[in-house]
Design a protein around this ligand. Structure first.
Ligand SMILES: [Zn+2]
Length: 444
């Protein structure tokens, strides 16, 4: 399959089955903003839950946080986002389209009389490149004036830095320790695209690890390996994952080292997580701009220092896309095409679907009871419409690991069939042991 075919099929399946919808679709949509439907919201929650378990609940050296999206405007001066978070842009005075100055479609220098607009074709209508800030701006309070400007955060990390002291004191952690949070961030991207890969509103899962200066390199190596392992544990194929080390030109001015974790999407290798060795830049800047001491005092030695930060930052939406791309398979089963999402069981929106083979002889009643029992353990689904083959295929497309069928034999001996999504192997299991049986296989 050609790469665009795969993406087209995935976008179409995402809409048809209720994973992802275009925002405000009945109004024609809103550029590069997406909504998660009934299956998508479960998938994304499962991704975030796994991250939270691994990064916060299963570690005693990381604390959780949920900082507000709106922050004091000085935060963005300290972080460098007001001065530096900009792209050079070119406007067409004729058609009002806006382009990045490095857009490949621009033939000739923008601003020159002979350069044609790549959209409307007019010559000499393009402005010279101007700097454009990627932060969304709004106003706080009733007056729309410069003093009331606030920004929608372009990253969640700053919420962690400004709470470093609060969390340190409240949790009584000692360095090295981390603070983690999951939350929305916003960037007014000029060239968004590739479905939910680059969007203007997105969700980040970020962890900032505060360490003693001099130990940041070893922690950087630790977190780089740990984060790659996390993606592999989600079942993402190893050959589709790789590191990309930032070259000197790619490195942010404050960063000592940085690695991207890339996935081979149908549209190429792209970063979906970054692991960054940020030195003491962040806390030093906030110390300078706020006038508050953000030093750490080591009790044993009485040594004072501003901690260095190792950051892990991954997109929840990009992870969802990587996982969906990785899970999407088309195959032939008994001469018929089937589409199956081989999602890791822990990520699957629905864990098991229950079907009565036919809608008579007490099978629906039996199946409904079973479904209610299963629902107490995990997300389950009941379906009694259409042929059994069609019902299986619908669940294959939703990534449901197990299909449970109540049939004629069930009424005689109390067993049901359990069909495995990936191997298609069917086994008979006693209905009263079904919950335990499935829970065990889901955890395997
Ligand atoms: Zn134009």
């Amino acid at each position: 399959m050609a790469p665009t075919d795969v993406m087209d099929k995935l976008v179409s399946l995402a809409k048809r089955r209720g994973f992802v919808f275009q925002s405000s679709e009945i109004y024609g949509g809103l550029g590069s903003v997406w909504d998660y439907g009934p299956l998508g919201v479960e998938l994304k929650r499962n991704i975030k839950d796994r991250w939270w378990r691994a990064m916060v609940q299963q570690r005693d050296d990381i604390e959780g946080l949920d900082a507000a999206i709106l922050m004091h405007p000085k935060v963005w001066e300290a972080s460098g986002h007001i001065a530096g978070f900009t792209d050079p842009l070119v406007d067409c005075k004729q058609c009002k389209n806006r382009f990045r100055a490095d857009d490949e479609r621009l033939k000739g220098p923008p601003g020159a009389p002979d350069t044609a607009c790549p959209v409307c074709g007019n010559r000499g209508t393009l402005t010279a490149p101007r700097m454009f800030n990627l932060m969304f701006k709004t106003f706080m309070g009733p007056v729309e004036e410069a003093a009331a400007v606030v920004y929608l955060r372009p990253e969640t990390a700053q919420g962690i830095y400004v709470n470093y002291l609060n969390v340190l004191q409240a949790s009584r952690q000692k360095i090295p320790f981390g603070i983690a949070q999951i939350g929305k961030a916003f960037r007014n991207e000029i060239t968004p695209g590739n479905f939910i890969f680059r969007t203007r509103e997105f969700e980040q899962m970020e962890m900032q690890f505060f360490v003693k200066p001099g130990t940041e390199d070893e922690w950087f190596e630790f977190w780089r390996a740990a984060r790659m392992q996390w993606h592999q544990d989600l079942g993402v194929r190893q050959e589709k994952l790789r590191f990309h080390a930032h070259t000197k030109d790619e490195l942010a001015h404050y960063a000592k080292a940085a690695y991207d974790i890339e996935y081979e999407f149908p549209f190429g290798w792209h970063e979906f997580e970054g692991v960054h060795n940020r030195t003491d830049f962040d806390l030093s800047r906030h110390q300078q701009f706020s006038g508050k001491k953000l030093e750490y005092v080591e009790t044993a030695t009485n040594e004072r220092f501003v901690p260095c930060v190792v950051e892990t930052s991954v997109g929840a939406d990009r992870t969802a896309l990587a996982v969906l791309c990785d899970a999407y398979h088309e195959e032939e089963v008994a001469g018929e095409k089937r589409v199956v999402l081989r999602l890791h069981p822990s990520l699957a929106p629905v864990k098991a679907a229950v079907f009565p083979l036919v809608n008579k002889e007490g099978m629906p009643e039996f199946a409904r009871r079973l479904y209610h029992d299963l629902r107490a353990r995990f997300n389950a689904f009941y379906d009694d419409s259409g042929s059994i083959g069609r019902r299986y295929r619908r669940q294959d497309e939703a990534g449901t690991p197990f299909g449970v069928t109540v049939d004629g034999q069930t009424l005689q001996d109390g067993t049901v069939t359990v069909r495995d999504r990936d191997t298609l192997v069917q086994v008979r299991v006693a209905a009263d042991q079904l919950g335990g049986h499935l829970s065990e296989r889901l955890a395997a």
